[in-house]
Each structure stands twice: as structure tokens, then as C-alpha cells.
Design a protein around this ligand. Structure first.
Ligand code: SF4
Length: 378
């Protein structure tokens, strides 16, 4: 079968991806698979390919390791022999990989347009403004612990590292909050308000002890009475994919499948977590379904590629459905196409490195401090 210009989705979004040389367009699936496999084999141990769970099937099948951000970050140090780490994921993941990699390693993102809208919701200038407002409201900066979700730019992670803070993932967010509260009075959590709220709530913090700070409305002074009362300040950011899940969808799936159990990712809003039966990171979701009794029916609230993969893997022993009947696609993860992967790998075979991701040296130290703290907490 010929792919004249990628898929139907990609035809409708031609400016969403990094342009490729013409010779990488119009390839059949078979030719693409064969050439990717050949290039990969020829690079041998010089190459390791990491694939996030939200990647499309045509790409993730070539990954040496699959996982969520936490699991993949742990793989970086496990392959000192690899000169090239090709990260099939989004930009902030490749940045973290660069920071965690050794000096002789190069980290490559197959499509430079693969970003993350949530990570883009926090920049350093906004964070510095927020920090100054907190200090002006009477907070002792040594007693505020900044915690950033791994879905953030390296500059944000470096700020957290330098100010006694840490990076978290959805896998270890609860442990990280505990770590941070042991070191300060309150946490500044960014950029995902939902992960922060859901995790704090699960940790026993009432909503009255949380406040939201909106980076797009930074002009007003903070009410010091409120700031001094709260244990966590939530940055007003969100994931455009996971905030599509609703309580109504849960009601719908329960009415259609009376025995269904609903499991959602903690980037969904609090009311959706509360209406679901369970919540957790993608690794937690996979493990929970794997360990469930034969015949179980699951409705899953996370990105559609993982849900579809689970549905195929567990059929016919268990039923796995998407909570969103129309699917829930992360369009930036989707930008990493097999065509881009092929271009990257064949170029490496020819001695040419495209799309290397590097974090500037002056940011690397504190970013690594924050990431190393993350890796030490589970
Ligand atoms: S699913 Fe959401 S948080 Fe994850 S990469 Fe896509 S936009 Fe970013």
C-alpha cells in the first residue's frame, strides 16, 4: 500500500510536522518497515530507541524500550554503549534525556515539531514572576518547594533544582509531594494543575488548602492570608488531551457496560478522578489491567494509542475500551512518523546527525540536580 503523503490526519495538518526530503514521502509501509529495520541493525549497539506509550504503532514497534516518562528516563543511564539515543516522544522528554545522558551520547528527536502544549504553558519569566509574588506575599523562599512535572522545559526544571525543588512524573508524584512537604511549608506545583490537585487530594490535602495561580493573569498581588493558609499553589496549566475526559463519559460507559471499571490518568480533572474507580500513571494503568481477573471490562481515560494497544493485547481475555468514544489523540506525539524515524536512522548510518536536542551547559547542572532527585524518589 502506498502512503502518498502520510495519513489522512496528517494531510489535514500539513504544517504540524517537520518537512522531510521528498524521497522519504510516498513510501509503502513494507518498504518503510524494511528500511528502518535495516538501518537499525546496521547501527547495532551504537543506537538505542526509546518509545513513549503514546507513540503510534508503526513507530513504537521499533523501540528498544517502551514506557512512560519515568521509566524511559531510567533507561538513559542503562545504555552507556549507545552513541545515539533516538527518543520517540516529545521535546521535553528529549531534553531530559540529554541532561541525563553521558557526554559522548547524542539525543535525537525524530520530528522537531513534536512538542507538548502543557509544557508550553510555563516559561521561566512567568515562573520568576510567580516566585517574586509569593515572596512579596510574605513567604520565606527557603520554605517554598518548587515541584515541576517532567512535562516542562529544561529552564523550569533548572529553576526547581536551584531552589531546592524537584521534578516529578505521574508515577512518583505522591512520593515527591511527601518529599517536598518534609522540606518546606508549601509547594509551588507546575505546570499541570490537575496532576497537582489530584495528587494532593489523594495525599489528604483538602481543597481549601490549595490555590491556583494563573500565569496569564500575573498582575495582581497575592492575598497573603490565602497564601499562608495553603499547602500547595497550583499553576493553571493543563493537558489538552486529558482534560477532554468528562464525568458524563463515565456515566455513559457505566450505562452501556454495567460491570465496567473506569481507570483514568491523573492529568484529568478532579471530578473525573472522583467518578472513576481508579487513577494512576500509564504504567499503573497497564499493571492494573494486567493484574485484573479474566473477563474484566475496562474503560480507560488516557491517550488513544495506548488504549488501543491494550485493547489488542488483552483481547479476548479482557475488554479494554476508550472512555472517550471518539478517541483522544495527542497530536504532538503523533507527529513522530515512521517516515521521520527512517530519515533519522538512515542519516545516522550515513554519518549525519539531524535533530539533536541539547540543553545549554549553563542550565544542565541544576536541571540534572532536579532530575536526579526525581529518580531517587519512588
Ligand atoms: S498527552 Fe498532554 S501532556 Fe502528554 S505530550 Fe500530549 S499534550 Fe503533552
Amino acid at each position: 500500500m502506498l502512503l502518498p503523503l502520510f495519513t489522512e490526519y496528517e494531510k489535514e495538518h500539513p504544517t504540524d510536522r517537520q518537512p522531510l526530503p521528498d524521497r522519504y514521502l510516498g513510501l509503502s509501509d513494507e518498504e518503510m518497515d524494511r528500511r528502518i529495520a535495516t538501518a537499525k541493525a546496521s547501527l547495532g549497539p551504537r543506537l538505542v530507541i526509546l518509545g513513549h506509550h503514546y507513540q503510534r504503532d508503526e513507530v513504537i514497534k521499533f523501540a528498544d524500550h517502551t514506557g512512560d516518562s519515568f521509566k524511559l528516563a531510567r533507561q538513559i543511564g542503562a545504555h552507556p554503549e549507545a552513541e545515539f539515543i533516538v527518543f520517540c516522544g516529545v521535546h521535553f522528554m528529549a531534553e531530559s534525556a540529554d541532561v541525563l545522558s553521558a557526554p559522548h551520547q547524542q539525543v535525537i528527536l525524530p520530528d522537531l515539531a513534536a512538542g507538548c502544549s502543557m509544557a508550553d504553558m510555563a516559561d521561566l519569566e512567568q515562573l520568576e514572576t510567580c516566585w517574586q509574588l509569593l515572596i512579596a506575599s510574605g513567604c520565606d523562599p527557603a520554605r517554598i518547594i518548587p515541584v515541576t512535572y517532567i512535562n516542562s522545559a529544561a529552564a523550569i526544571k533548572a529553576f526547581c533544582g536551584e531552589h531546592g525543588g524537584v521534578v516529578c512524573t505521574s508515577s512518583n508524584a505522591a512520593a515527591v509531594l511527601k518529599w517536598a512537604w518534609a522540606r518546606g511549608d508549601r509547594i509551588l506545583f507546575l505546570p499541570d494543575q490537575h496532576l497537582g490537585r489530584n495528587t494532593a487530594r489523594k495525599s489528604g490535602v483538602p481543597l481549601e488548602e490549595m490555590m491556583v495561580w494563573d500565569p496569564n493573569e500575573p498582575y495582581e498581588a497575592l492575598d497573603s492570608a490565602v497564601v499562608n493558609r495553603v499547602r500547595i499553589i497550583l499553576w493553571k496549566g493543563h493537558c489538552s488531551v486529558h482534560t477532554r475526559f468528562t464525568v458524563q463519559q463515565i456515566a455513559n460507559v457505566r450505562s452501556q457496560h454495567p460491570t465496567v471499571r473506569v481507570i483514568v490518568h491523573p492529568e484529568v480533572p478532579l471530578e473525573v478522578v472522583q467518578a472513576a474507580d481508579d487513577s494512576g500513571s500509564t504504567e499503573y494503568i497497564i499493571k492494573t489491567i494486567t493484574d485484573s481477573p479474566l473477563g474484566s471490562v475496562w474503560a480507560v481515560g488516557t491517550e488513544i494509542h495506548l488504549v488501543n494497544r491494550l485493547a489488542r493485547r488483552f483481547r479476548p481475555d479482557r475488554t479494554v475500551l476508550s472512555l472517550d468514544a471518539f478517541g483522544c489523540l495527542c497530536s504532538t506525539m503523533y507527529r513522530v512518523s515512521p517516515n521521520h524515524l527512517l530519515w533519522i536512522l538512515e542519516s545516522l548510518v550515513d554519518g549525519v546527525v539531524h535533530n539533536r536536542i541539547t540543553v545549554p551547559d549553563d542550565r544542565k547542572y541544576w536541571t540534572k540536580v532536579a532530575l536526579d532527585r526525581m529518580l531517587s524518589i519512588s
